[in-house]
Design a protein around this ligand. Structure first.
Ligand code: KIV
Length: 311
């Protein structure tokens, strides 16, 4: 069934029927992402970790899907990203790459997968590509430049990630926001230039002041992808669970909730439970019946055997 027909059957959203892809659209590459900056088109990226989540992101037309190590918290319940490893990341990548036809897929190198050696960095990047990703992301500044060069030398596009780097920043201090002082601003500008020179095709700026993110975005030819870094980055990325409202409680100021799925799912589950308890689900319309003659035969057999329960 064409996707338009599916959409119309489900209701009223013109958005949905407009953006849904039929799977024949051109695959987005890192070159397209670079071109978007030249064409002043903002890049829309989001995280995804599972098959259906990724399918919806792709059909909604996002440019890039990041299989982020935020999976540690939102998919596996770990307290931070440092806990997740390559084996788990590759399971999520497999699910996402089986779903996504159009968007660029970026695998996030988890903590421990690149810190110990260049060989680790390259061989783990290779595993992401074998799992179907189109690029990898690596956290860090000057210290990861040799790694970026080696991964790119192996033919794998790399995205940088500076500012707040969740794998290691919390080990040093509690500062989430970066670029508040002259020293911090100049350091970020220098790191961004180094990553661009090393060949990164774009850079995530996480929790960088609007002013510094703007200066970096203006000074680079590759796109900056902001998260909590103001209005002037060349694109944006959000953790899908945040934008979908899949968890309760306080949310970061930089997040915009586009749905309240926690409440929607909670209500659905509560209603299901209530229906089962009150015998309202299932109904006859949810059941399957056997042929009356066949049933008659069974009942006669049971009767002959003296096996009918109400005898
Ligand atoms: O893992 C992740 O979700 C990320 C984004 C927040 C950029 O790295």
């Amino acid at each position: 069934m064409p996707s338009e027909a599916l959409d119309n059957r489900n209701g009223d959203s013109t958005m949905r029927s407009k953006i849904l892809t039929d799977g024949n659209e051109q695959k987005i590459t890192v070159n397209h992402i670079r071109e978007m900056k030249k064409n002043k088109e903002k890049v829309a990226m989001v995280t995804a970790y599972d098959y259906f989540g990724a399918l919806i992101c792709d059909r909604a037309g996002v440019d890039g899907v990041l299989v982020g190590d935020s999976a540690a918290m939102v998919m596996l319940g770990y307290p931070n990203t440092a806990a997740i490893g390559m084996r788990e990341m590759l399971v999520f990548c497999g699910a996402v790459t089986r779903a996504v036809k159009r968007a660029l897929i970026i695998g996030d190198l988890p903590f421990g997968s690149y810190q110990c050696s260049v060989t680790d960095a390259v061989s783990n990047s290779v595993l992401f590509i074998k799992a179907g990703c189109n690029a990898v992301k690596i956290e860090g500044g000057t210290e990861v430049v040799p790694l970026i060069r080696s991964i790119i030398a192996a033919g794998i596009p790399v995205m940088g990630h500076i500012g707040f780097t969740p794998q290691t920043s919390p080990l040093w201090n509690n500062n989430r926001l970066h670029g508040k002082t002259e020293k911090s601003a100049l350091k970020l500008l220098e790191q961004a230039r180094e990553l661009e020179e090393a060949g990164a095709f774009s850079i995530v700026l996480e929790m960088v002041t609007d002013e510094v993110a703007t200066l970096i975005s203006e000074s680079l030819s590759i796109p900056t992808i902001g998260i909590g870094s103001g209005l002037n980055c060349d694109g944006q990325v959000l953790v899908s669970h945040d934008l979908l409202g899949l968890h309760q409680g306080a949310q970061f100021r930089f997040v915009k909730r586009y749905a309240r799925l926690y409440e929607t799912i909670f209500d659905a589950m509560s209603q299901y439970r209530k229906d089962v308890k009150e015998k309202k689900f299932p109904q006859d319309s949810n059941s399957f019946h056997m042929d009356k003659n066949e049933l008659g035969k069974v009942l006669r057999k049971l009767e002959q055997q003296g096996n009918l329960r109400n005898e």
